[in-house]
Design a protein around this ligand. Structure first.
Ligand code: MN3
Length: 241
């Protein structure tokens, strides 16, 4: 059963059950529809909602087919492999190459989620300026005007060093949109994943007590984790969908 079937089959579409629990349809489910198979418990390539040649002449059919069926599929495969190897590492308690698989998890997870976003935010009927009033308002609030947004987005995208992405994101502190550049597609995070626990391992966080013994500090961190706060964040992240 894929995510779309999940939505249909649970509570008349009011909620869906992912591998990680109960989620109401929201931000992530809008991007990640069909990107994870709960029955197989692994990530899958989402179908394109339009034909490979539907975006011509702006993006050609051969590029779309290679990009979706080869490149995106490779990210899906890489993400599943990273998860399998990390499960094996936990079982064998051998974390000697956890750095490698953490990088793979981020790179392929970033690739999978960003490409799901990319396909979703293009359409053969796209282009022009946004007609939705709240989107127009937040663009004006954030960038002064649609034209200001467009020039800034194009400049930032053109200036990404090497491989990467030009991104438009919602920044929840200010309630505004932000344009940023993503080099490669990961920087060791996974786009759309929501943090619920973090440990600062910059030296300034532990040097006075622990000097270069980061491991002792990370062990000690487990004596002060507020699991009730983490649980609250998990609930909020999961119920936001
Ligand atoms: Mn790509």
């Amino acid at each position: 059963m894929n995510r779309r079937d999940m939505i249909k089959s649970t509570l008349g579409g009011a909620a869906m059950v992912g591998a990680t629990g109960l989620m109401t349809p929201g931000y992530a489910s809008k991007i990640l529809t069909d990107s994870f198979s709960s029955s197989e418990n692994k990530y899958v390539l989402p179908d394109l909602k339009y034909a490979y040649d539907a975006l011509e002449p702006h993006i050609d059919a051969q590029t779309m087919e290679l990009h979706h069926s080869r490149h995106h599929q490779a990210y899906v495969n890489g993400l599943n492999t990273a998860n399998e190897r990390l499960a094996e590492a936990r079982e064998s308690d051998d974390f000697s190459i956890v750095k490698h698989w953490s990088r793979e998890l981020a790179f392929h997870g970033g690739g999978h989620f960003l490409h799901a976003l990319f396909w979703k935010t293009m359409s053969p009927n796209g282009g022009g300026e946004p007609s939705d009033r709240s989107l127009r308002n937040v663009i004006n609030r954030s960038f002064g005007s649609y034209d200001g947004f467009k020039r800034h987005f194009i400049a930032a995208s053109n200036a990404v060093e090497g491989s990467g992405w030009g991104m438009l994101s919602y920044e929840p502190n200010s309630g505004k949109l932000v344009i940023h550049q993503a080099e490669r597609q990961s920087d060791l995070t996974q786009w759309v994943s929501r943090p619920i626990l973090g440990v600062d391992v910059w030296e300034h966080a532990y040097y006075l007590n622990y000097q270069n013994r980061r491991g002792d500090y990370v062990n000690a961190f487990f004596n002060v984790i507020n699991w009730n706060a983490v649980a609250e964040l998990y609930d909020a992240a999961a119920t936001a969908g």
